[in-house]
Design a protein around this ligand. Sequence first.
Ligand SMILES: NC(=O)C1=CN([C@@H]2O[C@H](COP(=O)(O)OP(=O)(O)OC[C@H]3O[C@@H](n4cnc5c(N)ncnc54)[C@H](OP(=O)(O)O)[C@@H]3O)[C@@H](O)[C@H]2O)C=CC1
Ligand SMILES: CCCCCCCCCCCCCCCC(=O)[C@@H](N)CO
Length: 291
Amino acid sequence: MWFSKNNLPLSGKTAVVLGASQGLGAEFGRRLYLEGCSVILVARTESKLKKHKDAIQATDKVIPPECTISYAVCDVSDYDSVLGFFHKMMAIENIDPDYVFSFVGLAIPKLFNDLTKEDLVSGYQTNYVANANVAHVFVNQVMAINKQTSRKQFKKRVLCMCSSVVSFYPVIGYSSYAPSKAALDSLCTILRAELKPYNFRVATIFPGNFESEGYIQEEKTKPEITKIVEGPSTPITVEKCADIILDKLNKGYDTITTDTIGWIVSCFGLGMYPRQWGFLQIIKQSKNKNE
Ligand SMILES: NC(=O)C1=CN([C@@H]2O[C@H](COP(=O)(O)OP(=O)(O)OC[C@H]3O[C@@H](n4cnc5c(N)ncnc54)[C@H](OP(=O)(O)O)[C@@H]3O)[C@@H](O)[C@H]2O)C=CC1
Ligand SMILES: CCCCCCCCCCCCCCCC(=O)[C@@H](N)CO
């Protein structure tokens, strides 16, 4: 229920946060740890992970001794590396995470004709394939350690992926990014249904702009027209963004936007398709929503 705030208990739980060496993932990992959740930070760059882990641990807040923080280096666009990481954690070290949050993503905004051969696939590889790898390996490992468990006895788990507002509203200049975020959204919708009998909750985040290291980087190649069209999504801080996401996860939302324009375009079920008898389509769409 939207008014209840107990849908993401953190104290005493264990979370894997992927894409946690900088930006939103790093802030999210910090917030979870400060709330008493054990955290495993994952990304490719060990130096950044170590620095971030040390900075988080330097907190003045008193953290319960059983609450731990560690990191693991893994390139999640490579299936076997993801398998190696989850297998070691779940089958060998017997750590069975309650939550898996993936913030792995990459945007290289350019007009389509300006994309290089590499840009064309890098978005797909990082935004879709990498996150599909995480979901597939995690689910497989859960099934492997629960062979004797009946469906109803599976513990509650959350799998949370990070898409983008451009999944609802593809913006000019994001041709190497928006399609892969829409694919991730589609995957999450299927997993939500397939995994429900096994007590998984699948949540998808659709952030608007927020200020991160990745955002600073994407601004360098972003066409002016893209900046104008996405203008209504004023960048917020990563702290604010993590706040909004945690609050909505707590309230039980599984489709999470982080600003008003994001919520508005999330209501556009017809997306940006050219309309046919558009007025009737709108009536039909609102009727479907009320069903
Ligand atoms: N910033 C924004 O305005 C918006 C961002 N988003 C999405 O939110 C998420 C977080 O964004 P943001 O904080 O800006 O991103 P950043 O680019 O700042 O950080 C991305 C993180 O993902 C990690 N990562 C990237 N590729 C891999 C990989 N192959 N394997 C493991 N880790 C990887 C990076 O670490 P390392 O390089 O060390 O591996 C880094 O920790 C992304 O999915 C992004 O697409 C959505 C809407 C708006
Ligand atoms: C009533 C109709 C009005 C229509 C206005 C349309 C406004 C569209 C807002 C799109 C915002 C896109 C943010 C993308 C963030 C992102 O994913 C990147 N920063 C990548 O990291």
